[in-house]
Design a protein around this ligand. Structure first.
Ligand code: DGL
Length: 285
């Protein structure tokens, strides 16, 4: 059981920031990353639709023998977990919003927290709700950033266009006197360098993926499910989109670790996937 993989789910390349955080913290774990590039972006979609998409993937992760799935997507976490996890989930699932909210509350000194996220995450108000439960006096201001999500998905994370859009999105939050900024979409930590330069050293950046990685370690340790290997965890990647495009971008975003990906059929129109156990192997380490 400890040798079984950890599943990661996102609409696209954003969740790589979470998988990378887990791979750095737990280098012996096998990672099975599956994303729904065919339906990217999730941000403009209604949450019940995103929840339906995720449930298909949950079955795939269960069929692949995963011991745990990390929803490496704030939008899907909002859709699946925060209105009560669906009873039909076939395996344990952790999301990124609660770890991110806890990290933000621990980081803030003046109680003013900014959240930058997709339209759906902002609209659902999940960060304000979870933060209010942890720190009732905190003030949370939010901003949607769909253009940044699309740029990150294309692997564009440091251009003048990115800088300009980061500035445009974050100015209203900075004007509110935030001292902490939650990168509430997993695509955004790919742009952490530019975001950090725009907000300056006074504002603490919270990457929920990092906080989630620590919670994954605790979750597995408590249940005796940590892989005892200290290194060499294999990485496997699947996408409902074009695997070559996924690999091209993923190589820019996570250099040296992504060499191949496999296609996952869209379950609504095609037969359920049955990848071979050896498919999609990427060297561990
Ligand atoms: N990376 C995802 C998130 O954290 C979703 C981006 C999208 O598909 O719009 O919300």
């Amino acid at each position: 059981m400890p040798q079984r993989p950890i599943g990661f789910f996102d609409s696209g390349e954003g969740g790589l920031t979470v998988a990378r955080a887990v791979a750095e913290l737990l280098p012996g774990e096998e990672i099975l990353y599956a994303c729904d590039s065919a339906h990217f972006p999730y941000g403009p979609r209604p949450l019940p639709e995103v929840r339906r998409f995720f449930l298909r993937f949950a079955q795939f992760f269960a069929d692949q023998g995963c011991k745990l799935v990390v929803i490496a997507c704030n939008t899907a976490t909002a859709a699946v977990l925060l209105s009560g996890p669906p009873p039909e989930l076939p395996l344990p699932v952790l999301g990124v919003v609660e770890p991110g909210a806890r990290a933000a509350v621990a980081a803030t000194r003046n109680g003013r927290i900014g959240v930058v996220a997709t339209q759906a995450t902002v609209g659902a108000g999940v960060y304000p709700r979870v933060i209010a439960g942890l720190a009732p006096g905190a003030r949370v201001v939010q901003q949607a950033c769909p253009v940044l999500v699309t740029l990150a998905e294309q692997g564009v994370v440091e251009s003048p266009e990115v800088r300009e859009e980061v500035r445009r999105c974050l100015e209203p939050l900075l004007a509110e006197g935030i001292d902490t900024l939650v990168l509430g979409c997993t695509h955004l930590p790919h742009m952490q360098k530019v975001i950090g330069e725009v907000v300056g050293p006074e504002v603490r950046l919270v990457d929920p993926g990092m906080a989630t990685a620590r919670e994954v370690r605790e979750y597995l340790a408590r249940r005796g499910l940590l892989n005892p290997a200290a290194s060499g965890g294999r990485l496997r990647f699947y996408t409902t989109g074009d695997p070559d495009r996924f690999v091209r971008v993923a190589r820019l975003l996570w250099p040296g670790r992504v060499h191949r990906a496999d296609h996952l059929p869209l379950w609504s129109t095609e037969a359920p996937p049955a990848p071979s156990p050896t498919a999609g192997g990427n060297p561990g380490g």
